[in-house]
Ligand binder design. Structure first.
Ligand code: UTP
Length: 289
């Protein structure tokens, strides 16, 4: 029996150096795409997949991220007095039910693996999702929901994967693959940021995972990997052979919003999906191209 997926860990303690100076005093995860912060997209995606409990792994200067999910009493009262119904609805959509969000502090940004390990008490013995909020996916079915559906079929670990250009394998966690039905691939190995000549495939992991709690015991060894950081990929690799482990070629388009170009592209793609602004965006784009 696969346990239901009800928990998600969202690491938000990174320094966001690729986005300086915007991220000097503000968290990268609060950057908006059109009108919604990245963190809210991630939380909505997780809720659509059945997640009910959230753990944000935070660091210094990140409190606004947690406050974003609170009730904003003064703002609500003002909007109500002014009969701004649409805005009120929007505010309510960004609230999480009481008790459904906790935070843990990473203190020192020692890498993604270390950030996830900081959530070990929250995870306990349950399977959990990991969402990296700076990876944004535009899709018909929310990306984590696609992963959750695969998880309920296979159990174990399921990671979202996509083909990357061969010369870019050194930027990503890359899969060594076994059986492949075109959508779901069996994972035989994982390598963090291999040189193109050493890469076992061009299939890279993006920031969506369904993990088994056992990953915590490997993360707890705090072994330093690529870049001197505690790598999630290295701990996940140790689970291969112990639990089912699959990559899912999800339907959708992913934008790396931790990168300036990816972020700009996401603005355009998400704006073009909004009926009330698509026409205007298309019109102004023509004047630049
Ligand atoms: P990134 O690789 O994007 O690093 O982290 P970063 O520090 O956020 O950004 P740059 O590269 O300096 O611009 C991927 C995810 O892992 C989290 C980040 O917050 C992001 O969600 N992370 C990374 C942590 O929570 N702690 C860390 O020590 C490292």
């Amino acid at each position: 029996m696969t346990k239901p997926l009800r928990k998600a860990v969202l690491p938000v303690a990174g320094l966001g150096t690729r986005f300086l100076p915007a991220t000097k005093a503000m968290a990268k995860e609060m950057l908006p795409v059109v009108d919604k912060p990245l963190i809210q997209y991630a939380v909505e995606e997780a809720r659509a997949a059945g997640v009910q409990q959230f753990c944000l792994v935070t660091g210094r200067g990140k409190t606004a991220i947690v406050e974003h999910f609170d009730i904003a009493y003064e703002l609500e009262a003002t909007l109500r007095a002014r009969h701004k119904e649409a805005e009120l609805r929007m505010l309510r959509e960004s609230q999480l039910p009481p008790g459904s969000i906790v935070t843990v502090r990473q203190q020192e940004p020692m890498g993604l693996g270390h950030a996830i390990w900081c959530a070990r008490a929250f995870v306990g013995d349950d399977p959990f999702a990991i969402l990296l909020p700076d990876d944004l996916v535009l899709s018909e079915t929310p990306c984590l929901q696609q992963l959750a559906e695969a998880y309920y079929q296979t159990g174990g670990c399921v990671v979202a994967v996509t083909e990357v250009p061969h010369e870019h394998t050194n930027r990503y966690g890359i899969l060594d693959i076994g059986k492949d039905d075109g959508r779901l691939v069996e994972v035989k190995g994982l390598v963090e940021k291999p040189k193109p000549e050493d890469a076992p495939s061009d299939l890279s992991i993006i920031g969506r995972y369904v993990m088994v709690p056992e990953v915590m015991q490997y993360l707890g060894m705090l072994e330093r990997g690529a870049g001197g950081e505690v790598q999630l990929t290295d701990a996940m690799a140790k689970l291969i052979g112990q639990v089912p482990f699959h990559g899912l070629r999800y339907e959708g388009r992913r934008f790396d919003c931790g990168d300036k170009i990816g972020f700009l592209e996401a603005q355009i793609a998400f704006a073009l999906k909004r009926p009330e602004m698509a026409g205007a965006v298309r019109a102004f784009l023509k004047t630049y191209v």
